[in-house]
Design a protein around this ligand. Structure first.
Ligand SMILES: Cc1ncc(COP(=O)(O)O)c(C=O)c1O
Length: 395
């Protein structure tokens, strides 16, 4: 039996690793899951009605690039959110959630070589794991760039060497960032887009947490690119309804960018894509058009962040996130803290190192745990108090 070598270095995914770490140990109390970023707030109840209303179209092959109504709804959302008019037909492509799009866009757009060498794909470290697999799949080298306290929890791509930037074909950026909740501001985007223009690489901006924020809405990469008059093919943005609308299971996402990039992604996906069933696309139309439920969703997360700020007040190293729905908490050793918390309280979190890689002898996630604030408020409050008392020794 032969298997490819290509993925032989792939570590097990974070959640099987967590199961191997914890499942043979007894939880020390009622189990509270703070591991996975799966939203638990309600989605609008009319979503179900929309799916049922369009159920007859389950017999049709859905259009690969997205139904025209969906593309229009998405283009309308991009314009309302970022003040950027985009052409629904040529600059937007519907995705089955952002994850596959983040992967398939590298497939469609990463060149075989960059300036005569193996291309580099830049990813923050820690990072959403699909970025690294995309790099391996296209024969590029993934460069894991630390996104630590010292760099404001965003990767300092501008600090890379001339030789590295010359080889760069794609840079993934996650803003708001999973896991740290850091938000790239206008100055960050301007610097990165400037670099991308100078060294001719693409930016894949994973903005799927863009609507879960406190205070000001995060600046979007596309906004800044347009304001700078950058090459329209320079930046692709990725969004979905998973976090914005608590519809992780609906799998509605999109990529928006320059017409040539979108044409190439569409072409590749006409061979290999898995488009969203039409009744789900039609339900997604309404969801992209509605902001009321998004405002309410944001309010619910804001309450939980305020709660976390109260509970962790005075804890050294605690940083209140600006956006997203995770706490990225400093501990001595993430794995040891996860085991201690589980066996003493039943609260289940993720060791930070499961989201990051060793690079230059350091693993920037090692001294962290990630806790998702997705459960209802009272459950989150109880769990966070247990977490604080267990790991930071406060009564
Ligand atoms: C940073 C980041 N990007 C992308 C995704 C993928 O989300 P979806 O495919 O549901 O849009 C997630 C999901 O957890 C995420 O945390």
């Amino acid at each position: 039996m032969i298997f490819p070598e290509r993925f032989s270095n792939l570590p097990a995914y974070a959640f099987p690793r967590l199961r191997a770490l914890l499942d043979h140990l007894e939880p020390g109390g009622p189990v509270v899951h703070m591991t996975i970023g799966e939203p638990k707030h309600a989605f609008p109840d009319w979503v179900t009605d929309e799916i049922v209303a369009h159920a007859a179209t389950f017999n049709r092959y859905p259009p690969n690039e997205g139904a025209p109504e969906l593309l229009e709804a998405i283009a309308g959302w991009v314009e309302r959110r970022y003040g950027v008019p985009v052409d629904a037909d040529t600059e937007v492509m519907a995705l089955n959630g952002t994850r596959e799009g983040l992967y398939n866009s590298a497939m469609a757009l990463c060149p075989e070589t960059k300036n005569g060498e193996q291309p580099l794909i830049l990813t923050p470290n820690p990072f959403y794991q699909v970025y690294a697999v995309a790099a391996i799949s296209v024969g590029a080298e993934a460069l894991f760039v630390p996104a630590t306290d010292a760099s404001g929890h965003l990767p300092d791509f501008a600090g890379l060497s001339e030789a590295q930037l010359q080889r760069t074909a794609v840079a993934y950026v996650c803003s708001p960032a999973n896991p740290q909740g850091a938000v790239a501001d206008r100055a960050y985007w301007e610097q990165l887009i400037g670099l991308a223009e100078k060294y001719d690489f693409k930016i894949f901006a994973d903005e799927c947490y863009s609507e879960i924020y406190r205070g000001e809405a995060p600046t979007g990469a596309i906004q800044v690119a347009r304001d700078m008059g950058a090459d329209p093919e320079r930046v692709l943005i990725f969004h979905s309804l998973s976090k914005r609308s608590n519809l992780a299971g609906l799998r509605s996402g999109f990529v928006c960018g320059g017409p040539e990039s979108i044409r190439r992604i569409k072409q590749l996906r006409s061979y290999s894509g898995a488009p969203l069933p039409l009744p789900l696309q039609m339900a997604a139309v309404k969801v992209w058009q509605d902001e009321e439920h998004v405002i309410e969703n944001r309010r619910l997360y804001a309450e939980k962040f305020e709660l976390a700020d109260e509970i962790f007040a005075g804890i050294e190293g605690y940083q209140s996130p600006n956006a997203g729905f995770f706490l990225w908490l400093p501990v001595e050793d993430g794995e040891a803290a996860t085991v201690k918390l589980w066996t003493e309280t039943g609260v289940r979190v993720l060791p930070g190192a499961y989201l990051s890689r060793d690079a230059d002898g350091e693993n920037p996630g090692k001294g962290y745990i990630r806790a998702a604030l997705v459960a209802p408020k009272t459950e989150v409050a109880e769990a966070l108090v247990k977490l604080r008392d267990c790991l930071y020794g406060q009564e």
